[in-house]
Ligand binder design. Structure first.
Ligand code: SF4
Length: 507
């Protein structure tokens, strides 16, 4: 039995994502034949090519389109320039020299984004940007989603048919699985599923990932979904993917598999989610045969997962509130990093967990320093008050180069309201300690949480202004309430506020 596992667009194409290599590692250890694909990075390389851009402009001209939209006309006017330069823009984000030239890099990324707009000429219902698709219809509405999937003007049908159908016909997978972690990936994944189904009607197609895990119950009752998808593996699937593949291989029932959701005759089988604990001998992720040269960075990077959940787990706005925290040991993480470093010649590791404990990070840094391993890493970290200069120095010496911190607010009242379990003054001390050690810090700030007043906003602005020299970069966002959708596909409530008021004050 041949299994295809794939990451689908849109995601930022800077490095491989973890879920597919993780599951590939587990299945290969268990003797399955797996073809793993990063369709996301292939997507941006294929469509950002002079041939493809040229084809888009030609198609637009052939259709005799006279478009009064000045933005589209503007694109047509610079078509020769974009077609001629696109390969250069793409290669400049992959080469060390141009990558380290801030202005050139920014210009290249802006031009890549501008070039991606070319696809709206012929596919007016989408707008592409790097790592993003904006749908100009309600892509949280199930009927709208299926209307687009079966529409002749579906951009993703054009794309997958042109670039991937042939290889699928050659590889002939019996099972295909797609990871869907954002709402924007649902249409590309279901479109590809539909192409596969047309080509091979008995192929088994399953979906996994955090987004589909949350909305699949609203899709499973829909025949259009069931015609394309055989099952959804909800929750963490490290322990359950092997069982699902065994069941498919031997024609067994799926009902006993934790987290499985599927239609069985007239019944919906919806098994309770799996609980998960890292075990010492879970196989290392397998990144074999991924196209390392295609990623939009001159530095090879591979993601490493340290933990699931959050050891604090009490912030009221957070999805990880009350989630069980489980972490790998420092020994296990060190051997994983050393293995990936040697096997794939990689020296940069984004640690991708939402909230690993700083003490775990300290233990990993100590092991890396003691072993003399020449690698660097980035991570999320909670600014615990015990992170002083010595602690930060050890993190730096063990390879930490970027700390991403959710400061959220400069108002103690708001931190308390969110139940962040932290203090404004000690946050400043931690920021200083990390900065002094040479670690870059990216800060996240959130506006609009319940009860925030203009005086709280002002305190956040003062925090940002005063600490700006120590913040390498920062991002602001607006509080969006998370909820479990009773129907449809939306998992966040839109913030109900005048964003421009806040954005202006920050700029
Ligand atoms: S510390 Fe971060 S990850 Fe943990 S609960 Fe709070 S916001 Fe969520």
């Amino acid at each position: 039995m041949k299994i295809l596992l794939a990451t689908v667009p849109p995601w930022l194409p800077y490095h491989s994502y973890l879920s597919v290599p993780l599951l590939t590692g587990i299945l290969k250890e268990n003797g399955f034949s797996v073809i793993q694909k990063d369709y996301n990075v292939e997507f941006y390389n294929n469509i950002l090519s002079s041939d493809e851009i040229n084809a888009q402009f030609k198609l637009f001209a052939k259709q005799g389109a006279t478009n009064p939209d000045p933005k589209k006309q503007g694109l047509v006017e610079i078509s020769e320039y974009l077609t001629g330069q696109i390969d250069m823009f793409k290669s400049s984000v992959k080469q060390e020299e141009s990558y380290n030239d801030e202005k050139l890099l920014q210009n290249s990324f802006e031009m890549l984004d501008l070039t991606l707009k070319t696809f709206s000429l012929n596919f007016p219902e989408i707008e592409l940007a790097l790592g993003e698709v904006k749908y100009l219809f309600d892509h949280y509405d199930i009927d709208e989603v299926f209307k687009y999937i079966y529409d002749d003007g579906n951009f993703f049908r054009y794309y997958f048919t042109k670039y991937h159908l042939q290889e699928i016909q050659k590889e002939q997978p019996d099972v295909a699985g797609f990871s869907i972690t954002t709402a924007e990936q649902l249409i590309p994944a279901l479109t590809f599923a539909q192409i596969l189904r047309e080509y091979k009607s008995d192929i088994r197609i399953f979906l996994g990932g955090s987004y589909i895990s949350r909305v699949a119950q609203n899709l499973i009752t829909d025949n259009r979904f069931n015609e394309l998808v055989n099952s959804v593996l909800r929750g963490y699937s490290e322990d359950t993917i092997g069982e699902l593949m065994q069941a498919y291989q031997h024609g067994r029932e799926l009902d006993h598999i934790a987290g499985i959701l599927y239609r069985k005759g007239e019944n919906i089988i919806n098994a309770p989610l799996p609980s998960y604990k890292f075990i010492k001998d879970v196989p290392f992720p397998n990144f074999d045969n991924l196209p390392f040269d295609l990623y939009f960075s001159p530095y090879r990077k591979l993601p490493v997962e340290l933990s699931k959940g959050c050891y604090w787990g009490k912030c009221k706005f957070c999805e990880l509130n009350n989630e069980v925290y489980t972490a790998k040991t420092a020994e296990r993480i060190f051997s994983e990093v050393a293995y990936l470093h040697n096997r794939y010649n990689v020296s940069h590791f984004p640690f991708v967990s939402a909230s690993p404990s700083p003490k775990l990070l300290y233990a990993i840094a100590t092991k890396i320093k003691e072993a003399g391993l020449k690698i660097t890493w980035s991570t999320m970290i909670r600014p615990e008050a015990y992170i002083d200069e010595m602690f930060a120095q050890r993190l730096y010496d063990g390879g930490m180069r970027l700390a991403k911190i959710g400061f959220e607010s400069g108002s103690q009242k708001m931190l308390d309201a969110m139940n962040k379990g932290m203090y404004v003054e000690s946050n400043k001390n931690v920021l200083r300690a990390l900065h002094m050690a040479g670690i870059n810090v990216h800060g996240y700030f959130m506006y609009g949480y319940n009860g925030e007043t203009s005086s709280d906003i002002e305190k956040t602005e003062i925090f940002i202004k005063e600490e700006r020299p120590m913040l390498t970069s920062l991002a602001t966002s607006f509080y969006t309430e998370i909820y479990k959708p009773a129907d449809g596909l939306r998992i966040y409530k839109l913030p109900n506020m005048d964003k421009s008021k806040y954005i202006k004050s920050i700029i």
